[in-house]
Design a protein around this ligand. Structure first.
Ligand SMILES: [Zn+2]
Length: 82
């Protein structure tokens, strides 16, 4: 397994950072994770993955959540902590 390379895109609101993320994540072997730092601010069921699938049904995120043990109660705990 290779170590993934991470590109962090930072920008002010309406600066084009989302467009840049979508452009980059259209390339093979690139995954756009969106605003993952605010993942707990709304129910997972309200989120749509950049692949177009509802977040709870996305194969990528389902695999990630399973590997790191990230459950709905984890999201609630993070929201409460914030
Ligand atoms: Zn997805």
């Amino acid at each position: 397994m290779t170590t993934p390379k991470i590109t962090y895109i930072l920008g002010a609101g309406r600066s084009g950072s989302t467009v840049l993320e979508r452009l980059l994540s259209s390339a093979p072997d690139v995954v756009g994770v969106g605003e993952v730092a605010t993942l707990w601010r709304q129910p997972l069921s309200d989120l749509t993955c950049s692949c177009g699938a509802p977040a709870p049904e996305c194969a990528f995120w389902t695999d990630v959540r399973a590997k790191v043990g990230f459950s709905d109660s984890t999201l609630r705990d993070l929201a409460e902590a914030e």
